[in-house]
Write a protein that binds this ligand. Structure first.
Ligand SMILES: [Zn+2]
Length: 390
């Protein structure tokens, strides 16, 4: 019975295919758009919804490749890819690629669809070679840029990602300036590792040309100056971070502190941080000021500042630091014991807590990723705000 039903379904599917082909032929001979007509797409949708995968497979194998059915094959291939059946999609599109009877006006579209199948299958080399061939295509050259940039990002070939990203960025409605600036920063970081500071600086200037708000480029530029012993220049550069992107000020504070220690300019460092705190509350800035008071004027001044700040803005990190200051002042064993207990509580609340979160997908972690490992967007992972964060 099962076999009978299967053959019956197959016969019906082939019948549907014939009707679809006939409709396509009629449309085509009427001089309409060679692309698949929308009502035909609806009927194909019906086919996909009404029949089993097995029947659809048999239908695809039985469907002849003619100028009238190419659109149908393309739609079926695309359906397979969207359903995660990439191998089947590849077979459909490879079959079309090998057929000389496919009209020339479909050649590029077939190649484009096959390249997308290869991308979905993770066959980046094959996808790259097809997208590069499509650079000659009038209709698909522009569409291929996006995919080539994607491939070169995955391969971490930043030079090529920039080469194809720049013309893609110039297209109407496309803005990948932030990504381009990070591609340049990636190149700069490699150069910094090899102490090629001159070339690294040029890449960072490129990064800032792509996106003048790229705090990462500024932080890297400052690090280059610091490794060359130019601390005053580094301070001037680091002071730009808050104007570029305040979210990354906590990344600049340890560098500013290091510079101030070399320059013996503790009060200037603290004065700058106090100016920042007036602009916007931040736990890192608050702690930076408190620790600076502690170093220069002692624990009482640090405690006084921290208490008044915590009254204005609740901060778990601030409370934790206040306990440290209180512990220094503790006179009795009983005070020390009580503070140790409270410290254990604040530490357990802070330990293992993510420090950074992606504003795009919510991914969180303890390391700053300039490209989100989850959604792959650039510049969206930033220090977490709120009582437990900044
Ligand atoms: Zn993300």
């Amino acid at each position: 019975m099962d076999t009978f039903l299967h053959w019956l379904m197959l016969a019906v599917a082939i019948g549907v295919g014939w009707v679809l082909g006939y409709t396509a032929k009629k449309k085509s001979s009427a001089g309409s758009d060679p692309a698949l007509p929308s009502n035909l797409k609806d009927r194909l949708k019906l086919l996909f919804e009404a029949y089993s995968e097995e029947v659809i497979d048999s239908f695809v194998q039985s469907l002849e490749v003619t100028s009238e059915t190419v659109g149908m094959h393309l739609s079926i291939g695309s359906h397979f890819r969207k359903n995660g059946e990439v191998e089947k999609a590849i077979l459909v599109h490879q079959n079309l690629m090998s057929r000389p009877e496919v009209p020339s006006n479909f050649t590029d579209e077939v190649m484009f669809e096959l390249a997308k199948d290869y991308m979905a299958a993770g066959l980046l080399d094959r996808a790259e070679s097809l997208f590069l061939r499509l650079q000659e295509s009038r209709s698909f050259s522009r569409k291929s840029y996006k995919w080539l940039v994607d491939i070169y990002q995955q391969e971490r070939d930043w030079d090529k990602a920039i080469e194809y990203g720049v013309p893609f960025n110039g297209q109407k409605g496309v803005d990948i300036s932030v990504a381009l600036s990070h591609f340049s920063c990636e190149l700069a970081e490699k150069l910094i590792e090899r102490h090629h500071y001159w070339d690294a600086r040029n890449k960072l200037r490129d990064a800032l040309r792509f996106d003048k708000c790229c705090a990462r480029a500024t932080l890297l530029l400052a690090k280059i100056h610091m490794s060359e012993g130019h601390y005053s220049e580094a301070v001037l550069i680091l002071r730009k971070v808050d104007e570029q992107d305040y979210r990354f000020v906590p990344e600049a504070i340890p560098l500013l502190l290091e510079c101030s220690q070399h320059l013996k300019s503790e009060s200037k460092f603290r004065c700058y941080l106090e100016g920042l705190l007036v602009k916007k509350s931040s736990s890192s800035v608050m702690l930076g000021i408190a620790d600076s008071y502690n170093r220069e004027l002692g624990v009482l001044a640090a405690e006084k500042f921290l208490v008044s700040s915590l009254l204005e803005k609740s901060s778990l990190k601030g409370l934790d630091r206040l306990i440290d200051y209180q512990s220094v002042k503790a006179v009795s064993d009983s005070d020390t014991r009580h503070l140790t207990i409270i410290k254990q509580v604040t530490q357990s609340l802070l330990d293992g807590k993510p420090v950074y979160r992606c504003e795009g997908c919510g991914f969180s972690g303890e390391i700053l990723h300039w490209q989100c490992p989850s959604c792959k967007e650039w510049g969206l992972v930033a220090p977490i705000q709120g009582v437990e964060g900044e």
